[in-house]
Design a protein around this ligand. Structure first.
Ligand code: ADP
Length: 174
């Protein structure tokens, strides 16, 4: 164990139930809602979240935007857009890394201490799960190494497959 293990946690379940300063949403570029985790976050937050998202005017792939959390237990939602997997030769790894980095930068800027991530791009966007997990963990580790905020990052896995991929990777690398 090293110093990261206290700042990175793994959780299996629904991100909308996380009582954290911010949950990250795997949104699409419109920020106007979608399926998967995006739909779950909008359902749980209530219609005021969509009203605020409408004022933002979208978000490019790899970037992030912040809103309030409304009826969620989380105070804020950081909306980021991961890449759609199109075989891996279209900059997908770099774009996914950017989605994590932009979310972390925005969290830091807003003084967020606890931040929960879903497994961005591994659902409808089909990014291979092992590669996505490794990239997510490495990006978060390297950010935490250089920054004191966020204090804690929680990877929330909704599907068992992702949970065990993350568990194995975290246990062998942290
Ligand atoms: P993307 O379009 O970025 O692939 P998805 O929402 O389809 O986004 O999937 C991203 C990940 O979010 C998937 O691993 C999926 O299992 C997970 N997921 C779906 N619903 C929830 C939820 N309520 N809480 C946490 N993770 C969720």
């Amino acid at each position: 164990m090293n110093k990261y293990s206290k700042r990175i946690e793994l959780f299996m379940g629904d991100i909308t139930e996380q009582k954290v300063d911010a949950v990250v949403n795997a949104a699409n570029t419109s920020l106007l809602g979608g399926g998967g985790v995006d739909g779950a976050i909008h359902d749980a937050a209530g219609p005021a979240l969509l009203d605020e998202c409408r004022t933002i005017g979208g978000c490019p792939v790899g970037a992030a935007r912040i809103t309030k959390g409304y009826q969620l237990p989380a105070k804020h939602v950081i909306h980021t857009v991961g890449p759609v997997w199109r075989g891996g030769e279209h900059g997908e790894p770099e774009l996914l890394r950017n989605a994590y980095k932009s979310s972390l930068e925005l969290a830091k800027k807003h003084g967020i201490k606890t931040l929960a991530f879903p497994n961005i791009s591994t659902g409808i966007y089909r990014f291979p799960k092992h590669r996505a997990a490794r990239l997510a963990i490495e990006t978060v580790k390297s950010f935490l190494d250089r920054n004191s905020l966020p204090k804690k990052v929680i990877f929330v896995c909704y599907d068992e497959e992702n949970y065990y991929i993350y568990k194995e990777y975290i246990e062998s690398n942290l």
